[in-house]
Design a protein around this ligand. Structure first.
Ligand code: SF4
Ligand code: SF4
Ligand code: SF4
Length: 291
């Protein structure tokens, strides 16, 4: 795994450190400061994927600097055809809009796949806790968004219609011809903001899920990811990421991003490959249990 890149200035490099989901612990800061002051130019750089760069390190000092950083849990390997630093918003840890736990999921993905090798090209993964999508998941190879499906408990509804006027900025809460309150599935973005607002407790969460998109990317030829599935739990999402990576490894050509593979095969075919691989995986797991 690559840990640094050569700068324009000969004999100098920049070390890039992985910062899974952007969490830095205070005890890591002393080592970061010391290495940047001793070996670097005294300056740090924060990247768009929440990694930390130490520029201006003389090539001869790179091994010592990396060893000192690793001793307090600063790892590199944030380059090349690997799983790039996993990005996640604060989610349920601190954001009032969050529908899911983003940071546990991001850390779980990072610990399971950070050392993945033999990928056709880089894979970028981002998690957002709600459809506000602060981490831009649909512009990542694998993007995950926390969503809430809302339902109306008709037996509790008092038909005051305050919700129709006030509770949804997408105007997705509507009054039917029969006077029932209904959720318009075309307009609803599953943000969950209306849940709990009804004083009669008639607007409730039917389910909370991680919504997965695949094939998004930025760069010279940007494209938006395509919906793959809604998944309920963190272990199931990790399982799905494993399947997507396995299909990508098997069918991707060298240098081909996931979105380009999907364009070449079609989303329908890619989805079928994912379904087939999952079935195969379950079969193997069952066989292992039996024997
Ligand atoms: S995506 Fe949603 S949960 Fe995450 S930081 Fe933005 S508003 Fe909060
Ligand atoms: S769901 Fe609640 S707020 Fe909406 S009409 Fe029924 S009682 Fe009123
Ligand atoms: S979940 Fe969000 S978009 Fe859907 S009805 Fe409620 S407030 Fe509106």
């Amino acid at each position: 795994m690559r840990s640094f890149f050569s700068q324009k200035q000969s004999n100098f490099s920049t070390i890039r450190l992985r910062v899974p989901v952007g969490i830095i612990y205070v005890e890591q800061l002393d080592a970061l400061k010391e290495v940047a002051a001793r070996y670097g130019s005294g300056r740090l750089h924060l990247t768009v994927r929440k990694t930390v760069e130490i520029p201006g390190v003389a090539n001869k000092d790179i091994p010592r600097a990396i060893a000192q950083l690793a001793s307090v849990g600063w790892y590199s390997s944030a380059f090349g055809d690997n799983i790039r630093n996993v990005v996640a918003c604060p989610g349920a840890y601190s954001c009032p809009n969050a529908q899911v736990d983003t940071q546990s999921l991001g850390l779980e993905i990072d610990s399971n796949f950070a050392s993945e090798e033999d990928l056709p090209a880089k894979i970028k993964i981002a998690v957002a806790g709600c459809p506000n999508s602060c981490t831009h998941p649909i512009l990542n190879d694998i993007g995950i968004i926390g969503v809430t499906r809302v339902k109306v408990l008709q037996d509790k509804c008092e038909r005051c219609y305050i919700c129709v006027e006030d509770y949804c900025r997408e105007n997705a809460i509507k009054k039917s011809e029969e006077g029932q309150v209904i959720i318009d599935p075309e307009a609803c973005v599953d943000c969950g903001e209306c849940v709990g607002k009804c004083l009669s407790n008639a607007l409730v969460a039917e389910s909370r899920a991680y919504r997965i998109f695949v094939g998004g990317k930025l760069g010279r030829h940007p494209q938006i990811g395509t919906y793959l599935a809604d998944i309920l739990t963190i272990p199931e999402v990790v399982d799905m990421v494993e399947v997507v990576l396995a299909v990508y490894k098997k069918y991707g050509q060298p240098g081909e991003r996931l979105g380009e593979l999907i364009n070449r095969l079609s989303m329908e075919r890619f989805r079928q490959l994912v379904v087939d691989y999952r079935k195969q995986k379950v079969k193997v797991a069952c066989a292992q249990l039996v024997y």
